[in-house]
Design a binder for this molecule. Structure first.
Ligand SMILES: Cc1cc2nc3c(=O)[nH]c(=O)nc-3n(C[C@H](O)[C@H](O)[C@H](O)COP(=O)(O)OP(=O)(O)OC[C@H]3O[C@@H](n4cnc5c(N)ncnc54)[C@H](O)[C@@H]3O)c2cc1C
Length: 498
């Protein structure tokens, strides 16, 4: 067997892994990225169906505000001007999200004044409560920022927040905010459709269930439109490719098609990885092993022999995957997308107004300026909904039939009236296809309760009792989002160089 020495071996080339690798190579360290798939990006993959390209993962992202995590990353990588100014690879969205309820359609504008106008028009009876809600959320987010416990941008020295608070001073104010918010929600102060409107935003910005317990986590996320929501040219895939190019430009290596068999353990210390490169087994040693893999894979395959993990595995497997993803890929004529229509819309078609599972349809439209995903005059439309996840493992993933697709299209036709006559390409992406395309379990909505989580590096190495293993990516950072994965990669790079 060959042996090799690296400062870090990064397992998986999702956003978290690539950010960590880019930061470490930029600092002159020897880094190897092992990717089992054949392209970078993980769940930010693409499906090509000529002449359309459908991006599966992030279509929008946040964290570009000065001092926020992606802005800071790009500054550190020395390419902020390139990305933001010269090449126009990123565009800020004036309307990051549209929420479509049975009898209401609201643009979630970045400017609060415009948002309130929408709310007044559509959900006027609850205008005062909603204003109070957003104002309280902002106050809460400000407090969290100053306490440096907010998500996912604060806590980094580059963040511009000045004048941190003493916890004792902030404690009373925090409790007041929380009481106020709980009063609005648990006291049945607002109507069900207003609650559905807020819950949809919680799902969209944080993939977090809208509960009083989650309010603290959600405070920063509700401020995202104000902070700026952006889209990449080429979607999340464009961002992943950009990061992979950076890793190589800084002297790092990325090997695709790498089989990852085992971690090399010496007692409680992770020494590297046993892998297969071009079919040949190799043992690769590194000072740090950075895992961007799904936690399920890590716990059940790579660490199956590791001691003392039984309880953690059980808790993890119980704590997640309420839903699996299924999507319709539609290539449509530009004219079918009404204006103003956000690049992202959430449709809640059911009278019960519960934004869950099949009752939540997410529309992701490639932006007009992004000709990398659809030819001129055409748009790629990803229509995603969720099915209950099988309890008995991913080998039993549910699948959808023709009738399901027709139902979905019918629901969609109420929002996009000319849709049926302008579909030029149509295909179903089953949960199993998602798995294949992204190498992720098809359940992107991870349920966080009950799982030992801390903001930042999840503390899992601590729980696992394994040294030199750093976890990055959406399973290790609070809530799945591109910005969260960037933050996790950043923190892992800091930890690996400290
Ligand atoms: C449909 C959808 C829409 C989304 N929309 C948005 C959005 O608009 N905005 C936003 O911010 N976020 C969005 N997200 C979430 C965002 O894309 C992810 O949170 C982020 O890309 C995850 O990055 P990661 O670092 O966790 O890596 P991942 O993308 O999860 O990559 C993990 C890496 O590990 C490898 N790997 C994983 N499992 C295995 C295994 N079992 N065996 C071998 N290798 C494995 C993969 O090949 C991959 O390279 C969306 C996600 C989905 C699925």
């Amino acid at each position: 067997m060959k042996r090799s020495e690296y400062h870090a071996i990064v397992l998986g080339s999702g956003i978290g892994g690539l950010v960590c690798a880019a930061m470490l190579t930029r600092r002159g360290l020897r880094v190897l990225v092992l990717e089992p798939g054949h392209q970078p990006g993980g769940s930010n993959g693409v499906v090509d169906r000529e002449p359309y390209r459908f991006g599966l993962g992030s279509s929008v992202a946040w964290g570009f505000h000065e001092g926020d995590v992606i802005h800071t990353l790009l500054t550190e990588l020395g390419c902020l001007d390139d990305l933001l100014h010269n090449h126009r690879l990123i565009q800020q969205l004036h309307v990051p999200l549209q929420v479509i309820l049975p009898y209401h359609r609201l643009n979630v504008y970045s400017q609060r004044a415009l948002l309130y106008q929408e709310v007044e028009r559509e959900l006027g009876e609850d205008l005062d409560e909603l204003r109070l809600f957003y104002e309280t959320m902002d106050a809460l987010a400000n407090l969290l920022d100053r306490l440096k416990v907010g998500y996912p941008f604060v806590g980094h020295p580059a963040h511009g927040i000045r004048g941190s608070l003493r916890r004792s001073t902030a404690g009373g104010a925090l409790r007041d905010c929380q009481r106020q918010l709980e009063h609005i929600f648990t006291g049945k102060v607002i109507r069900p459709e207003t609650r559905a409107f807020l819950a949809a935003q919680a799902r969209f910005f944080g993939a977090i269930p809208f509960t009083p317990q989650a309010i603290q986590q959600l405070a920063s996320l509700y401020r995202l439109p104000q902070r700026g929501v952006y889209t990449f040219r080429g979607g999340g895939w464009g961002f992943a490719k950009f990061l992979a190019d950076r890793v190589r430009a800084f002297g790092g290596s990325i090997v695709y098609g790498a089989g990852i068999d085992d971690l090399l353990l010496n007692g409680s210390r992770v020494m590297g990885v046993r892998a297969r490169l071009e079919g040949s087994p190799v043992s690769l040693t590194a000072e740090h092993t950075v895992a961007n893999l799904s936690l399920e894979f890590l716990l059940t395959h790579l660490l199956r022999e590791a001691p003392r993990l039984g309880r953690l595995k059980k808790r993890f497997l119980q704590a997640r995957r309420p839903w699996v993803t299924v999507s319709l890929l539609l290539g449509v004529d530009d004219a079918v997308i009404p204006e103003p229509m956000a690049n992202q819309a959430l449709l809640i078609p059911d009278e019960t107004l519960a934004p869950e599972g099949e009752n939540l349809i997410s529309l992701s439209v490639n932006p007009i300026w992004d000709d990398s995903r659809a030819p001129a005059g055409k748009r790629s439309l990803l229509v995603t909904t969720y099915l209950p996840s099988p309890q008995n493992g991913i080998d039993n993933l549910p699948s959808v039939d023709e009738e399901f697709c027709q139902r979905l299209l019918l629901r969609l036709g109420r929002v996009l009236p000319f849709l049926s006559s302008s579909i030029e390409y149509q295909a179903v992406l089953q949960p199993s296809d998602y798995l294949e395309a992204t190498l992720r379990p098809a359940d992107d909505l991870v349920r966080l309760e009950g799982f030992p989580q801390e903001p930042g590096l999840s503390g899992l190495p601590l729980h696992l009792g394994l040294k030199n293993l750093l976890l990055v990516g959406s399973d290790s950072y609070l809530g799945p989002s591109c910005a969260g994965s960037v933050m996790s990669g950043w923190l892992a790079a800091e930890a690996a160089t400290s």
